[in-house]
Each structure stands twice: as structure tokens, then as C-alpha cells.
Ligand binder design. Sequence first.
Ligand code: NAI
Length: 288
Amino acid sequence: MKINNVVIIGAGTMGQGIAQWFAQQNIVVEMVDQNFEFAQKSLERIRESLVKLESLGKLTSAQVTEMKKNLSVKKLEHVNTKADLVVEAIIENLDVKKNLFKDLDLLMSKETILATNTSSFPVTQIASSLSADRKKNFLGLHFFNPATIMKLVEVINGMETDKNVSAFLIKWFNDKKKIACECSDSPGFIVNRVARNFYGEALRAVECYTEDKCREVDTVMKEVGGFKMGPFELMDLIGIDINFSVTESVYNSFFHEARFKPHRLQRDMVAANRLGKKTGKGFYHYES
Ligand code: NAI
């Protein structure tokens, strides 16, 4: 097993970061999004970020040239079907993810490892759309935002995943200075399961939205609790739509256990298109 060529599907917050991280490991990266122009913009943002790292002295000009050469945007039907790894980072919707993997099963070489960056769906459920002999090469690789900086990668085996595949990837990531750890295939895995109450209790503490109330909770959690970011800042960074989908999915997967219940404020923020940093407005306001 080797990782020299990677396809990233979904060029949003996570796809862009994951693509950049792989490019910085000198891997050939093809980016795909259902919105081709959006993927091209993501590629442009990665290039700008690499140039910034060069200006800060963190990368050399030769490294940046090489990384830029290794990055491209493709339509799904034109990707390298012999790529070593595909990482899916599309919308957090079980049916949409299952349909994509059904297509990838037909498109990609049987040797290709297929991975999902889902935050909440059990990997075994996503794998149900794959053919029986593909399931051994399918697993969860859960990166954290921003993927270029956050070291943790949760590695999740589905029921049929070949343990040699996950063991190989854990070592591969750790060699590249990520911290990869194996997690049980339970809803939300470790971090997103534990974090549900971080967001949920903060939302219940605020109850009705005002920016001042959110700031109060964030300040206390940072100044007294020692967290790097408060729950509202973090929801804005993650994307309130994504965070809401994850909450709903964990809640449903645990058969409606009250401790995982979503809050109506999450639903209302999504309805108002206040999705956080990516739309310039969430619990806080951002300069565009
Ligand atoms: P996003 O909304 O920023 O980006 C999703 C992208 O997927 C969009 O550009 C959309 O056009 C594209 N897309 C949707 N359906 C597609 C399809 N069928 N084929 C190709 N492209 C498609 O979402 P984000 O935040 O990047 O999340 C992506 C995944 O990563 C989700 O599963 C999410 O749960 C997970 N995740 C998100 C984190 C976060 O902090 N936002 C952290 C870790 C995981």
C-alpha cells in the first residue's frame, strides 16, 4: 500500500483544507466538486495560502511551485481512477454520501482506498451502498478544521474494513506528523460525540439569541474553562448548517436520547442563512 495520488471530493471548508494538507506532503491531489467553479475558487485559495506560507518563510519557493503543480480540479468522470486514496468531504447527508460511494465503487480501481470524512454517520451505514469486495477498502478518516493545522485524524473501521488498511493509514499519518487514532464506529465517533454537549448546553444557556449573550458564554469558556475557542465561535467556524446536521444525525443515531437533542436556534440560524464565517454572519459578524 502507498499514498502518492489522492482524490478529494467536496471542495468546501474541509475539502479545501484536506487537499492543501495532502499537497503539502507532496502528494498529487485532484479536487472534485459538484460545483466546478467553486472548486476552482478553492484551488485558488489554496494557492494563495501556499504563497502566504512562502512569504512567512515556512515554505520555499521551489516547494510552493511543486505543490501548485501537484494540485488540480477535475470533473469526477476525469479523475485518475487508479488513485491510491479518495477522501469524500461532501455535504453531511447519508443518502447523498451513499450515492456518491456507489458511483465511486464503479469508477475507481479495486485497489483504491475509499474514505469518508463524515462527522457523524456510522461508517458501516455509508458502506452499505458498496459492493461486498469493496468494503474492505473503505473506512472513515475524520479530519478536523482547519485540516492543515489540526493534527488529529480519527480513523474509523466499518464492520467489513480490512484492519491492515486502517493500520497502514494510521502509521502513514503519524509518519506525516498527524495524530491518527482508531475510534469505534459509533455516532459522532469520539470528538463529535463528546462535543455535542459543549454546543448543546451553550445553546440552552443562551436560549434566545443575542450576540452579547453568545460572547458572554464564549468568554467564560475561554477565560475560566481554558478552551481555545468558545462554543459559538467554534460553531461559526465549523458552519452552523454542518454542525446542525451533525447534531441531528447523532441524535437520530442514538434513537433520540435527550442529551443529544438539537436546539431550535441551530435550525433558525440555518433558515436565516446565518451559517457562520463562510456566509459572513452566524452568531457573530465577519468582514468579507
Ligand atoms: P461545505 O458545505 O463547506 O462543503 C461541502 C461541499 O460539497 C460543497 O462545496 C458542495 O458543493 C459539495 N458537494 C455536495 N454534494 C456533492 C456531491 N454529490 N458531489 C460533489 N460535491 C458535492 O461542508 P464541509 O464543512 O466542508 O463538510 C464536508 C464534510 O466534512 C461533512 O461530512 C462534514 O460533516 C465533515 N466535517 C466538517 C467539519 C467542519 O468543521 N466543517 C469538520 C470535520 C468533518
